[in-house]
Design a protein. Structure first.
Length: 200
């Protein structure tokens, strides 16, 4: 029975263009953004910025502050329209902030960079999750929500890639490469993602 319900949920996802795109889009930041920024932060602190444990703690804390700011900004928007475009804007902001972070040698400039990155991340995550909840039919909400949350389980795969690339190329080059892949994927699949951008 459980397996049959799971298959029905997967079939429902496949047949709904918005839900399918939301799920695939959710994989991108969990693989290409946070593992290459948060996961490699100790490397940045030691090899790029030359700061100790206290500096590393402040860098990581700025991610939390940015997420809080992003939450307040999102809440201030109220019942906003064009959620699809907001998700797109959040992803673009994440990509640009990741590029800037990978090219930035300044410890102080890393903080506003990380604020923007984590703020955009929480706005994307919250908006996409709300979109999934609003689009899915009541009978499938639990199953589809479970599959959506599983997309964030791809982070260990991103961490494996981040560690391997950073070991060979260095953390900044690895992060820049990941951000470049994000941009290429978004540009290459822009037409396919069009139903999502139009989502209200």
């Amino acid at each position: 029975l459980a397996f049959r319900e799971l298959l029905e949920g997967a079939r429902h996802i496949k047949e709904d263009p918005v839900i399918l795109r939301l799920l695939l889009l959710g994989i991108l930041p969990s693989v290409l953004i946070m593992p290459f920024v948060q996961g490699l932060m100790p490397v940045y602190a030691e090899e790029v910025f030359g700061v100790g444990p206290t500096g590393l703690g402040l860098l990581l804390s700025s991610l939390g502050v940015g997420s809080t700011i992003g939450t307040f900004v999102l809440a201030s928007l109220g019942d906003y329209h064009r959620k699809g475009l907001l998700m797109l804007a959040s992803l673009v902001a994440m990509g640009l902030a990741t590029v800037a972070f990978s090219l930035n040698p300044s410890y102080r400039l890393a903080f506003p960079n990380l604020l923007v990155l984590s703020g955009a991340m929480i706005m994307f995550a919250s908006t996409s999750n709300a979109a999934v909840q609003s689009v899915v039919k009541d009978d499938f909400r639990g199953r589809v929500s479970g599959v959506y949350m599983a997309t964030w389980g791809f982070t260990p795969l991103g961490s494996l890639l981040a560690g391997g690339l950073a070991d060979r190329l260095g953390a900044p080059a690895a992060t820049l490469m990941a951000a470049g892949v994000l941009v290429v994927v978004l540009a290459g699949l822009a037409r396919w993602f069009r139903p999502l951008w139009r989502y209200q």
